[in-house]
Design a protein around this ligand. Structure first.
Ligand code: ADP
Ligand code: MG
Length: 256
């Protein structure tokens, strides 16, 4: 039996002073090379679920294993070297060039200058930015979508096995978003890494994920392939999500 890349074993998280669970007894297995999307409304626990994987948050109960090893026993800094993390607010250092931004962690790891230059060029190509044109620029000289591409390149710099992406396209316009989604599918296909992407957009979740985790009020309502979810929605909440998406389609059909 194949060992999961990430295992959630009855994982819960409750924040201090909160009465409800932010994440409520979640058990699931994610395999190497999968592209998992996590779909749910605001406040459903998506970010909390993701941040427990790189130990930005600790579970209140339960256990998370990474390739069979309990992450509670892995030093958080070492753990984060195996896990790329991309967020909506990109977080590029404004006073550093694009190349310097991508090379932050490689520099800490004492890579040689030529190793770093080679990797930076490779990564900029991968995310669709011409290295010669962009590597000496500063973040403010890039569009939001281009900055997000650099954020992705930076997260990929140390070749992590796992990539966590928390609403990475939340702040870009609809057209750029479609481009970035397609690029992400291409990048995932070429890298054989495990991707987990959080979104509140049902179209994005079903388009990108080979499997979708649907969350509501901290619980996982359903974890399955898009096709199985559409064919056999697990509960009322999933049905209402699918219905809202169909309503949107009907709106467009009405216009044409
Ligand atoms: P999502 O990413 O789906 O919007 P979150 O995981 O951010 O959801 O939040 C889930 C729940 O946990 C919400 O009720 C939120 O208010 C609460 N929460 C999130 N982060 C914290 C925190 N650092 N301290 C206290 N409560 C939090
Ligand atoms: Mg969130």
């Amino acid at each position: 039996m194949l060992q999961p890349a990430i295992e959630f074993r009855n994982v819960s998280k409750s924040y201090r002073l909160a009465t409800d669970y932010a994440v409520d007894h979640v058990s699931l297995d994610i395999y190497e090379g999968e592209f998992i999307t996590i779909l749910g409304s605001s406040g459903s626990g998506k970010t909390t679920l993701l941040k427990m994987i790189n130990r930005l948050y600790e579970p209140s109960e339960g256990q998370i294993n990474l390739f069979g090893e309990n992450i509670a026993n892995i030093d958080p800094v070492q753990l984060r070297r195996k896990i790329g993390y991309v967020i909506q607010q990109v977080g590029l250092f404004p006073h550093m060039t694009i190349a310097q931004n991508i090379e932050t962690v490689p520099k800490l790891l004492k890579w040689t200058r030529s190793q770093m230059e080679k990797k930076t060029d490779e990564l900029l190509q991968l995310v669709g930015l011409n290295p010669q044109e962009y590597k000496s620029r500063y973040p403010s000289q890039l569009s939001g979508g281009q900055q997000q591409r650099v954020g992705l390149a930076r997260a990929l710099a140390i070749d992590p096995k796992i990539m966590l992406l928390d609403e990475p396209f939340g702040a870009v316009d609809a057209i750029t978003r479609i481009h970035l989604q397609e690029e992400l599918i291409r990048i995932h296909g070429g890298l054989k890494k495990t991707f987990l992407l959080v979104t509140h957009d049902i179209n994005e979740a079903f388009k990108l994920g080979n499997k979708v985790i649907i969350m509501d009020k901290g619980s996982v309502c359903q974890f399955d392939t898009p096709q199985n979810i559409v064919r056999h929605p697990a509960n009322e909440f999933v049905m209402s999500l699918l219905a809202s998406s169909r309503k949107q389609e009907q709106f467009w059909e009405g216009i044409y």
